[in-house]
Design a protein around this ligand. Structure first.
Ligand code: SAM
Length: 255
């Protein structure tokens, strides 16, 4: 079969290190009977060992050439291929619960895909993703340096761990930056205490709209200084200093 030329517009960096692939698969720990979907199987570097362990799995791939290869190499009872954009895909249609989602994610859509997947968290058991290390560091950051909207919104919904770092040399073509594997486990519904999640999201987005500004400025029109003080939150504080629980308290005080 002809060699596949990596397409930049689809964020294609293919895993080529057998050791790294084995480490990722062992972190995922696929078990027969798991309902698993891989986003962007590409040339099947991860798909092959995962499918072998599972017997059957789902993939969502956008690149038609790669889809054609997958169809040649796998029978439908081994691999269900969903052709199209993962950003539009209804992951909730695959399983009512305990869905496992994995992927070496295309870096150009990593944040939108994480927000898209949040919609299906109640049906998900766990997710394992390769992302730029810098993005993973922001996802798991505590208040301070790398902490931002992504950290607050994802930490609200998931328990997350950075498992290990993957250097550029593990891919063809090699990306310019380090990558990292993150494990994301949805928190139980009882832990999701924002009464109005859309409002919670609005508060977080407004607070981080200008990181250097004080909350009394960024949250003007949403919450008053007196309301912040009543919650024990300094109106002069900056967004990056507030733990997730404070954002929940602000949002809940407005409902
Ligand atoms: N899993 C393979 C590996 O580890 O070698 C490929 C990883 S590569 C970083 C990203 C993959 O996602 C490519 O196969 C690419 O075609 C696919 N992709 C890019 N954008 C996509 C989208 N919006 N929806 C589904 N797949 C996409």
């Amino acid at each position: 079969m002809q060699e596949h030329r990596a397409r930049k517009r689809f964020g294609q960096n293919f895993l080529s290190s057998p050791g790294v692939i084995a480490n990722i698969v062992s972190a995922i720990n696929p078990q027969p009977g798991d309902c698993m979907v891989e986003i962007g199987p590409g040339l099947a570097a991860m798909t092959a060992p995962l499918q072998a362990a599972l017997g059957h799995m789902h993939v969502v791939e956008i690149d038609r050439d790669l889809i054609a290869r997958l169809k040649q190499n796998y029978a439908p009872e081994q691999l269900t291929i969903h052709e199209g954009d993962a950003l539009e895909f209804d992951f909730g249609s695959l399983a009512e619960k305990n869905l496992r989602i994995v992927g070496n994610l295309p870096y150009n859509i990593s944040t939108p895909i994480l927000f898209h997947l949040s919609k299906f968290a109640a049906q998900v058991k766990d997710m394992h993703f390769m992302l730029q290390k810098e993005v993973v560091d922001r996802m798991v950051a505590e208040p301070g340096g790398d902490y931002g909207r992504l950290s607050v919104m994802l930490q609200y919904r998931y328990a997350m761990d950075r498992l290990f770092i993957v250097p550029p040399g593990a891919f063809v073509p090699a990306p310019k930056v380090d990558s990292a594997i993150v494990r994301m486990i949805p928190r139980p519904a009882s832990a999701l205490t924002a009464k109005d999640e859309a409002l919670f999201g609005d508060v977080v987005t407004a607070a981080f709209s200008q990181r250097r500004k004080m909350l009394r400025n960024t949250l003007k029109g949403i919450v008053t200084e007196a309301q912040l003080e009543a919650l024990g939150i300094a109106p002069t504080a900056r967004a990056e200093t507030l733990p997730v629980s404070d954002y929940i308290r602000i949002a809940n005080s407005l409902v």
